[in-house]
Design a protein around this ligand. Structure first.
Ligand SMILES: [Zn+2]
Ligand SMILES: [Zn+2]
Length: 344
């Protein structure tokens, strides 16, 4: 089968690989019907994910049809339409029992698929601990609607969940990339009084204005002033940072009011500095990244109820054989791209 492989730092290539098979009784093999490219794939390509293993197939956001299941898989059978979770988790260790599935102690726990074991930019993918790693897609939900469930939507949903958003709050989201938009969609479910999205790219601000017309948008250079003017207590009650640059990290705590919650979702390419003397007395609570993807069934149910719709994020679709071209557009941010879907 065709698979897109992490060869070496800076190099992915389309290769012919053996179709995966069941290696453990809890495995399932899924025929991928739609996958996507994620910014984290680019992080692997450029060597900023040290855990990533050379030779693996990349891709960790996909939906498909169950092809085969191990004898201990209880919830799924051949033919089921499923979304694959970016995280592998046992459901039984201390961390899993507390909902921290990202920190699962199972050897392949956490982000394994498309990082430490073969992923889904391929025709088939093996999913370990399939009863936890798969979610059934409701019949009325399309592949396109369900595509982001296991990764960026899970991330946005988790970010909104841990940010302790209250009805009277103003929430500032920094970054309107794919994860920022998924975070926005999830934050709106909490019905805060006001939501502000800070984004430097005009096209992406326009995207927010088009699909979420009641959300305020602002450029990074204006965000501190704008947030002060549009909030009651000198800053945002909750800030969620999804952009991942040195500047946006700084803005995230600067735009927060005293005693605010600052949730850091972004993955940075370098260490960030918390200048504690400058923020002394602001008494901020920081929550830091690494999605706990344990709400995928709920996310799919919200999609089925039309409460979340992220399909407009898919601006391009390419067949797997043209994945090089898809990466070129995604990585180069060409042609108004937001997300690229890959059809094997
Ligand atoms: Zn990802
Ligand atoms: Zn676990």
């Amino acid at each position: 089968m065709l698979a897109y492989v992490y060869e070496d730092e800076g190099k992915f290539s389309l290769s012919e690989k053996e179709k995966p098979h069941i290696t453990d009784e809890k495995d399932a093999v899924v025929k991928v019907t739609l996958g996507s490219i994620c910014t984290s794939d680019l992080h692997i390509k450029h060597g900023s994910v040290p855990r990533a293993v050379k030779g693996i197939t990349v891709g960790h956001e996909m939906v498909g049809i169950v092809e085969e299941t191990g004898s201990a898989v209880k919830k799924f059978k051949k033919g089921d339409r499923v979304a694959v979770n970016v995280e592998t988790f046992c459901g039984e260790c201390f961390f899993c029992k507390n909902g921290f599935v990202n920190n699962c102690e199972y050897p392949d726990g956490g982000w394994a698929i498309g990082c430490r074991i073969d992923g889904g930019q391929a025709e088939f993918v093996r999913v370990p601990l399939a009863d936890n790693g798969l979610s059934k897609i409701p019949d009325e939900v399309t592949d396109e609607q369900a595509l982001f469930t296991g990764d960026i939507l899970a991330t946005g949903f988790w970010a909104a969940k841990i940010s302790e958003i209250k009805r009277q709050d103003t929430v500032l989201i920094i970054g309107a990339g794919p994860t920022g938009i998924c975070t926005l969609a999830s934050v709106l479910l909490k019905e805060p009084e006001k939501v502000i999205v800070c984004e430097k790219d005009e096209e992406r601000r326009k995207y927010v204005n088009k699909y979420y017309p009641y959300v305020l948008t602002v450029k990074p250079e204006d965000v501190l002033d704008f947030t002060r003017k549009n909030t009651k207590h000198g800053g945002a009650d909750v800030v969620i940072e999804c952009a991942g640059t040195k500047e946006t990290f700084k803005l995230s705590w600067q735009a927060a009011r005293a005693n605010a919650i600052v949730t850091i979702v972004a993955l940075y390419n370098e260490a960030q500095i918390l200048p504690l003397p400058d923020m002394y007395g602001k008494n901020l609570t920081f929550k830091t990244g690494g999605v706990d993807g344990c709400d995928c069934d709920e996310i799919l149910s919200l999609i089925a109820q039309k409460k979340i719709d992220t399909t407009p994020l898919i601006t391009h679709t390419f067949p797997l054989k043209d994945i090089e071209k898809a990466y070129e557009i995604f990585e180069g941010r060409k042609d108004g791209v937001i997300k690229v879907a890959i059809r094997p």
